[in-house]
Design a protein around this ligand. Sequence first.
Ligand code: FPP
Length: 243
Amino acid sequence: MSPEQKAEEFKKKPTHIAVIMDGNGRWAAKRGLPRLAGHQAGTENLRRIITACVEFGIPYLTIYAFSTENWRRPQDEVQGLMHILETVLERELAELHKQGVQLRHIGHLEGLPGNLQEKVRKAVELTRDNTRLTLCVAFNYGGRDEIVCALRQMAAEGLKPEEITEESISAHLFTAGIPDPDLIIRTSGELRTSNFLIWQAAYAEYYPTPLFWPDFDKEALREAILAYGKRERRFGRVSAQES
Ligand code: FPP
């Protein structure tokens, strides 16, 4: 199948898929491996899922790679995740750029080591005009923190009470300009939102799957998109059949 045919196999497709890539640690434990081996396997899988999104014609993908709460993990795991981000930026950026992927970062860059901040900024700058897939990397990201930052910024700009609207809040979030997620996938069977895109997810369809993230392959993504296509999104209205 050509990429165009593949994209057409979905009657209804999400514009924006967001993923909570959970279960790397358990994937590793099951194999008697250290947790970081699970994150490495998760990173390899991410590469496959990015390619699948490009093939399926999904324009926006957001991944939850490091939360504001993940600093509480053991030091070696935190450093390992920083190292993974750095390695991805060093080794994968050229290929991502070639594929037409635009990289965006959501979260606090300031909390990261200086050289890593610089690499993220350069990657965002290099890929800013790409349009095939926008890949939002949530790294040092928390949903509540994002809302607090947005409100502080609005206060600093001196917005009047009547100027505080759903639209103006959205425009001050890290995700400004990115459409709200339509489909949020969480791997590993957990059923929590974990502070991920809590404002933007107001009308998202959730898709939990028991697969650990490293095992969530292209076929699993296809199934998630097909399941999304069967959902009826009512946005507070009654069913289309009843109206
Ligand atoms: C949650 O699984 C996963 C994470 C906190 C990290 C996800 C990161 C990657 C997949 C690497 C890709 C990252 C970048 C920067 C491109 P867990 O470790 O909590 O799993 P567990 O619940 O089984 O312990």
